[in-house]
Design a protein around this ligand. Sequence first.
Ligand code: NAD
Length: 348
Amino acid sequence: QRVGYAIVGLGHLSLDELLPAFGESKKSKVVALVSGSPEKMRKVAQQYGVKPESCYSYQDYDKLKDNKEVQVIYIVLPNSMHAEYTIRGAQAGKHILCEKPMANSVQECQAMIDACKKADRKLMVAYRIQYEPNNRMIRQMVQDQKYGTVKFIEAVNNQNSANPQHWRHIKALAGGGALPDIGLYCLNTIRYLLGEEPTEVFAYQYSTPGDPRFREVEELMSWQMKFPSGVYASCATHYGVHEARRYRVYGERGWMELSPAFSYKGIQMQTSHAEGKIERVEQPKLTEKNQFATEMDHFSECIMQNKQPFTPGEEGLQDQRIMEAIYQSAKEGKPVKLPEIKTKDTFR
Ligand code: NAD
């Protein structure tokens, strides 16, 4: 038994990752498509066995309501469209899986949560890293204090983005630059590893003058986060340097690293700890799983068993709150405090 998905937006992520991932999923199937390009959609539908009558234009989006095969709408559109399509999707009676970043403002995130609650539909943000085995193992090691108390984390997510015309470089569509697109992985993953929320951020932002890619959105965001347990995290994200996606977690007696940490494939772990006078370095190898299939199957299981997803809308809302504090800090040149949220794993 599989849950039926409608994929909304046939861009890179949908075509290169999500649609192929259905082939590796156990509980999810693609049953409908929504696109502004009829010709492209016809070919994709043929390739993945989607019926012609289950292919919709954006104008016909609300007609998904009448398609009984569709239980989940997966929103894979530019960030500024996530809120509208989530709200309309919930109103059409469908559960929503929404790509990250959840939206472009705290208000939009809240409206999405409210709309799904009102319609009694589930909402999950597609934070694939929280379903990935290496990241899950590091989280367990952090929480078991395998190398003592964790005190410091450094994280980086960088890429050299090429096309200044792309929506990712237009603030109204993307919401920001490197931070909401890729820096978000550092932020969300550190919160996930620690199971607690930062109480203060301090940030610095920079864009190369005259570079057409960064007329509207930031090239670099570098920020620090303080957590109630005393952990201090130092993060950076850059849109104009060669790809690097890694983090290292430092405990009293050892460290744990993933490099790459946030890629679709090939995530690699390295740990180092002292054994007497010897420094033991290890590279544990875990069986690789398709991250997108794992994530979709989690949501499908939540629907079949009526469970709360591990990364619900509140998770995206909290990231958005913190990102807004990061922008505020970079603008004002001083630390910004966040409200203290006491419980660990607040949203789960
Ligand atoms: P993309 O540009 O390749 O695709 C976007 C799609 O939206 C295109 O098919 C485009 O035609 C369509 N679209 C509809 N209205 C549009 C408009 N007004 N302007 C521009 N495009 C419009 O982008 P993508 O890389 O597939 O990203 C889509 C979403 O997925 C984003 O929210 C992004 O952050 C997210 N994403 C997540 C991951 C992940 O690992 N979870 C990876 C990549 C992208």
